[in-house]
Design a binder for this molecule. Structure first.
Ligand SMILES: NC(=O)c1ccc[n+]([C@@H]2O[C@H](COP(=O)([O-])OP(=O)(O)OC[C@H]3O[C@@H](n4cnc5c(N)ncnc54)[C@H](O)[C@@H]3O)[C@@H](O)[C@H]2O)c1
Length: 343
């Protein structure tokens, strides 16, 4: 049986990914390593705890000894590294943990994978690895910085991050690339646009706006609300990651996006109209420092070379997502109250 190590599997995208993979590959064991920071919530994985192919390990990816133990105990074949500090606003108030988790945590995983996967781990000149091993770094389009009115990010767009979050993700990407160049580690990097869907922590735009609309609370909009993001349903992102994991050429970067550019204010208006809330709840607040104006992904490489394409239209995805948050108010309340940290 093959073993896939998923880090950060109690977060938004990681939990959606684990759910999908357990169904898709019934002969694969998934080891979920998560430190359960404020963003980690085991309720995102409710229902699968008893699956015999699923193992949860509460551990910090920065902890070299614990990562070594995980590789030794479970014989990991592949890694999908989601675990990260992921909220830009938090990176502006407290950048340090972004650097230690996102950069140094990545380095610990790279070192551990190299140690367990190299056929001659102590020989720096050997580039031979066990068959079928791969390290996949889940990154973000934010490493490319911001676009003007035109253009799209391709895989060769220069890295030019603008926030401590995106700088830490860019640093991690460069380390992954360097381990490929220097040690021959088989890797892929995926850079995806903004995700939406079930189990997203309610500090992020879409779940926050749905929650506030449902409660009749103010809807804070940064600046003029005209920041443009390229939205992708989380299940399309998860399918794309699996596509890269199984078919991606080692050493390659793949951008992931759904050709779905929307201004933040238009997303908020859509949520207002579907939830029946009032436009008078909108409050324009001071813009986020360094706020990127526009992101857009050119997804030609992954669609043309690997055959992936998104299944969701934005209209279907956002409709289902709003309904999910309406049907799962207990999940949201559990987070807002802080109870998810204790039970
Ligand atoms: N959300 C998006 O729109 C988006 C888009 C592109 C890429 N990404 C990337 O995808 C990944 C997952 O994003 P998300 O939105 O699911 O994040 P999230 O914040 O919802 O989840 C992060 C998870 O990582 C865990 N974690 C944090 N620090 C850890 C540590 N030191 N050791 C072990 N676990 C730790 C948390 O407990 C949490 O479960 C991130 O790497 C992010 O950069 C996210």
């Amino acid at each position: 049986m093959k073993t896939l190590l998923v880090t950060g599997g109690a977060g938004f995208i990681g939990s959606n990914f684990i759910r999908m993979m357990l169904v898709k590959y019934p002969d694969c064991r998934i080891v979920n390593v998560d430190a359960l920071t404020y963003a980690g919530n085991l309720k995102n994985l409710r229902g699968i705890e008893k699956n015999p192919n699923y193992v949860f390990v509460k551990a910090d990816v920065r902890d070299r000894k614990r990562m070594d133990d995980v590789f030794a105990e479970y014989g990991v074949d592949k890694v999908v590294h989601f675990a990260a500090e992921s909220h830009v606003d938090r990176s502006i108030t407290d950048p340090e943990v972004f650097l230690t988790t996102n950069v140094l945590g990545t380095q610990v995983l790279l070192d551990t994978a190299k140690k367990y996967w190299k056929t001659e781990p102590d020989n720096n000149h050997s580039r031979e690895y066990k068959p079928d091993v791969k390290y996949l770094q889940v990154s973000t389009d934010e490493v490319y910085g911001a676009l003007g009115k035109d253009g799209m990010f391709t895989e060769t767009t220069p890295i030019s991050p603008n926030s401590p979050y995106s700088a830490s993700k860019a640093g991690a990407d460069l380390l992954v690339r360097a381990y490929g160049e220097t040690f021959g580690l088989p890797f892929n990097i995926t850079r995806c646009s903004n995700n939406y869907g079930p189990y997203q922590f309610p500090e992020k735009l879409i779940p926050l706006m749905i929650h506030n609309c449902l409660r009749g609370e103010p809807l804070p909009i940064y600046g003029d609300g005209m920041q443009i993001r390229d939205w992708l349903h989380v299940s399309d992102h998860c399918e794309a990651i699996d596509t890269v994991l199984t078919k991606g050429r080692p050493g390659e970067v793949y951008n992931i996006g759904g050709n779905n550019e929307k201004a933040n204010i238009d997303i908020v208006r859509l949520i207002i109209s579907q939830t029946g809330a009032s436009e008078s709840l909108i409050r324009y607040v001071a813009d986020r420092p360094g706020h990127d104006r526009r992101y857009a992904i050119d997804n030609t490489k992954i669609t043309a070379h690997l055959g992936w394409k998104p299944k969701y239209t934005f209209e279907k995805g956002i409709h289902e997502t709003i309904n999910w948050y309406i049907d799962n108010k207990d999940w949201v309340e559990n987070i807002i109250s802080g109870d998810y940290r204790t039970n």
